[in-house]
Design a protein around this ligand. Structure first.
Ligand code: GLC
Ligand code: CA
Length: 537
């Protein structure tokens, strides 16, 4: 790997369906994204990750691809996509696509061929079986679906419309290489690899995630693509511990560049299949230890993607921050994340400090996962009433992160020009719209902007390469750490609590603060206040 540009990148994730609707059909689209490139650039972003934009029946909003070589007609067409790439390039913004290679839609022609004819070469692209076992889909219900025409079942880890691809078949791996090359040729800079930990599955032996064989598949595919594009970037979706992450991303292994870890972002979940529908507060001590474990575990061995939110998670202020201090806690979360070692990922709206909404009834919920779990736990097992389940969905449903971006105070908050929207526009966003935050130097947006410019400016080296050490303060309200490189130090001190907290400071050289107060040796931090200090050793 030659040019590790992604170590300096700040990535902004767009969920196209909910970002900006240019033609008032209620659904965000590529033209809408083009119209917001200046907004993204102004924030300081250099890389965009687009959630899937390919042709799809949209049962899982594009994570069910029916044609890897076409743009969904809901979002635009190939001409608009080419223009998006061109317009992004003009602004020095790179584009990452979301490659869903663990499964295809059951409307994909490979799958349609596979169920038409057992002898078709596509039959072996998937997992078919005469019998089924107890395996469950992660979205609820069974993982095997019967196909009458074949008298066989196919395996789907996610929805019924998302059939798992059989990576044991060499042709499947070749297809994936070709898909990557096609989009790289069009000018994208890399991929987020959806559910990548599942591609080495060995169903007979009940191996689903992180099967050993997947590493040779990854190497094979990546090596092939790197022949033409040595610097393309890959970040995989997985749920690893440190040791597993290094198997994918250790510098010397040359598999993928980065792998997401969900341990910290989902620290507030309970165990079990419905664990995400509870929110358990962790102590600062636990959170600090978890941050430290990842920072130490990866330093000099590989590089971490840093994130609190994505399209599968609810808003981080609700999970980790405070609804009494939503703005301050959004800034605190941003600072904790941005000054660690790794590539920061911002999920659309996180830079505005968006919070969860309250869904008033089940009809407002659109997510396939929520619907399938409802079917299993309410309709079939009758474990919850509708109202109980709605309450749970309000806490953990993926739709919380998929509500329309609030651009301004006009109808539908500027998502479109006031026509229908595919999912509700929440009232909670009215006070958080982008247009006013851009003008306010104390907004969450402006704080993100400042953090990004720190990373791009004179603290770039220390933020990319510096070591990480937790700092001890007498109060457990504080989360603090130090970055150190050669003769430079950066101290990040956050009062991650609802209480004012007194601390003693030796160094008063403040380079960034969330509250713009004058600091002194005996200093009282406001709830969720952040200060960043620099010094020479
Ligand atoms: C990943 C995606 C999620 C999707 C699933 C199936 O977890 O992030 O949104 O539903 O894969 O593709
Ligand atoms: Ca549209």
């Amino acid at each position: 790997m030659n040019n590790e540009w992604w170590k300096e990148a700040v990535v902004y994730q767009i969920y196209p369906k909910s970002f900006c609707d240019s033609n008032n059909d209620g659904i965000g689209d590529l033209e809408g994204i083009i119209s917001k490139l200046d907004y993204i650039k102004n924030l300081g972003i250099d890389t965009i990750w687009l959630s899937p934009i390919y042709e799809s029946p949209m049962e899982d909003n594009g994570y069910d691809i029916s044609n890897y070589y076409e743009i969904s007609s809901l979002y635009g067409d190939m001409n608009v996509f080419d223009r998006l790439i061109k317009e992004a390039k003009k602004r020095n913004i790179k584009i990452l696509l979301d490659l869903v290679a663990n499964h295809t839609s059951t409307k994909h022609k490979w799958f349609l061929e596979a169920i038409k004819d057992k002898n078709s070469k596509y039959h072996d692209y998937y997992f078919f079986s005469k019998t089924k076992d107890e395996k469950k889909s992660s979205f609820g219900g069974e993982a095997w679906e019967y196909v009458p025409s074949l008298d066989e079942y196919y395996y789907h880890y996610f929805g019924v419309g998302q059939a798992d691809l059989n990576w044991q078949n060499e042709n499947v791996r070749k297809e994936i290489v070709n898909i990557m090359l096609f989009w790289l040729n069009k000018g994208v800079s890399g991929f987020r690899l959806d559910a990548i930990e599942l591609i080495g599955k060995d169903l007979k032996n009940n191996v689903i995630a992180n099967g050993e064989i997947l590493h040779s598949y990854l190497r094979e595919v990546m090596e092939e693509v790197r022949k033409s594009y040595p610097d393309f970037f890959t970040v995989g979706e997985g749920w690893p511990n440190v040791e597993i992450m290094l198997k994918y991303t250790a510098n010397e292994r040359k598999e993928i560049n980065e792998l997401f870890q969900f341990e910290v972002p989902t620290y507030t979940w309970k165990e079990g299949p419905l664990g995400k529908f509870s929110c358990v507060r962790r102590s600062n001590l636990e959170l600090k230890e978890a941050l430290n474990k990842w920072q130490q575990g990866i330093h000099n061995k590989s590089y971490l993607p840093l994130f609190w939110e994505n399209h599968d998670l609810t808003r981080s202020v609700n999970r980790f921050g405070s609804l009494i201090y939503p703005e301050s806690s959004a800034k605190a979360l941003a600072a904790i994340l941005f000054l660690e070692e790794g590539t920061p990922f911002i999920y659309q709206g996180e830079e505005l400090g968006l919070v969860n909404t309250v869904f008033e009834n089940l009809d407002e919920i659109k997510d396939i996962e929520a619907k399938m779990l409802y079917k299993e736990y309410v309709e079939e097992k009758k474990l919850y009433t509708d109202l109980e389940f709605l309450k749970m969905l309000n806490v953990g449903c993926r739709d919380q992160g998929r509500l329309p971006m609030p651009w301004n105070s006009s109808l539908n908050l500027g998502f479109n020009e006031g026509f229908k929207t595919w999912i509700k526009v929440p009232n909670e966003y009215e006070k958080m719209v982008a247009s006013s935050q851009i003008l306010d130097d104390n907004s969450v947006y402006s704080f993100y902007k400042k953090l990004i410019s720190l990373r791009k400016g004179k603290f770039k080296e220390i933020l990319i390469n510096g070591s990480f050490k937790l700092l001890d303060f007498s109060s457990t309200n504080i989360i603090a750490y130090q970055r150190l490189l050669n003769d430079k130090k950066l101290d990040v001190i956050v009062n991650f609590s609802d209480e004012e907290t007194k601390i003693e400071l030796k160094n008063l050289n403040i380079i960034l603060g969330s509250h713009n107060k004058k600091i002194n040796k005996e200093y009282t931090l406001s709830p969720y206040e952040v200060i960043v200090l620099s010094s020479e050793v």
